[in-house]
Design a protein around this ligand. Structure first.
Ligand SMILES: [Zn+2]
Length: 289
């Protein structure tokens, strides 16, 4: 059974883990670094160091809509996406979290968006959504070295220009023996959040985490999901006769095909599924100091 922990306990644990994003010194209550003067701010229980500007989040027209929906619907947004999206993902994030004693082990979800998997997990994001505990640049975390037992990063690294810098930060903030869970798309159309930079094959993802001990790399979103999302975009393109406005209006109508994703409950297990899988999960451990 999941234990509920009052939010102040989470804030206390986060405060103990905070460190200057520049010089790594522990941060006092004032959130101002005694070494280099970098400072953060507080908005209720939320701590902010850096993050996306509203302008960045609104550059892409579709992302602008997504941002409005995230702010309006909060935790209902990821629920709606899991129902409407063409991607069928197994619930393996939760089983990864169950492998920790979250009353003792500090775990952070880097790029949480409006999702909170467990009241004891620290939500970190570039956007200041209501559930986010720490608003920060994920490649420059305001956390001390080795303070985390676990890290999750779900469909985040395609949206950053420098994934290696983000992975190096995961390494730095994890304690030796600490584990990470990362989902990264492969066959997926362009989708800005606030932008979109890359995809990885199974071996490509594994290579990015070569400094870690890789525990498992597997299909996280199956081949039907990969096909459906591309097909939905293709149909909207083909039926909009060169009009971007019509294309945008048609995309949501194509979500009617999304329930076919259930085929991935079987197809994702095919040994050749990685050829057109929608995405991969990697679980890895930090070894050494
Ligand atoms: Zn400093």
């Amino acid at each position: 059974m999941r234990k509920s922990v009052p939010p102040d306990r989470r804030s206390v644990r986060l405060a103990e883990a905070l460190g200057c994003p520049d010089c790594r010194r522990p941060l006092p209550d004032s959130l101002r670094c005694p070494g280099c003067g970098v400072s953060g701010s507080r908005n209720g229980p939320q701590i902010a160091f850096a993050g996306f500007s509203d302008e960045e989040l609104r550059q892409d027209p579709l992302n602008h809509l997504k941002e409005s929906a995230k702010r309006r619907f909060g935790p209902l947004y990821p629920l709606a996406i899991s129902l409407l999206s063409p991607v069928y993902m197994s619930g393996s994030v939760r089983s990864f979290l169950r492998s920790f004693d979250l009353d003792r082990d500090l775990v952070a979800d880097l790029g949480s968006g409006t999702q909170r998997y467990d009241p004891r997990v620290i939500c970190v994001d570039g956007g200041s959504y209501a559930n986010v505990d720490l608003v920060a640049d994920l490649s420059r975390l305001p956390l001390r070295d080795g303070v985390l037992s676990g890290v999750t990063s779900i469909a985040v690294l395609e949206h950053v220009p420098d994934p290696d810098a983000h992975i190096a930060e995961m390494w730095r903030v994890l304690a030796p023996g600490g584990r990470l869970f990362c989902y990264m798309p492969f066959i997926v159309p362009f989708h800005a959040s606030p932008d979109d930079y890359q995809r990885y094959t199974k071996v490509g993802l594994e290579t990015r985490f070569r400094n870690f001990e890789v525990l498992d790399v597997r299909v996280g979103g199956g081949p039907t999901s990969g096909l459906l999302w591309v097909l939905q975009e293709w149909l909207a393109l083909a039926l909009s006769f060169g009009s971007e406005r019509l294309y945008r209006a048609l995309v949501p109508l194509m979500w009617v095909l999304s329930p076919l994703k259930i085929l991935d409950a079987v197809m994702a297990r095919h040994p050749a599924a990685p050829v057109i899988a929608s995405g991969f999960v990697i679980e890895a451990r930090k070894v050494g100091p």
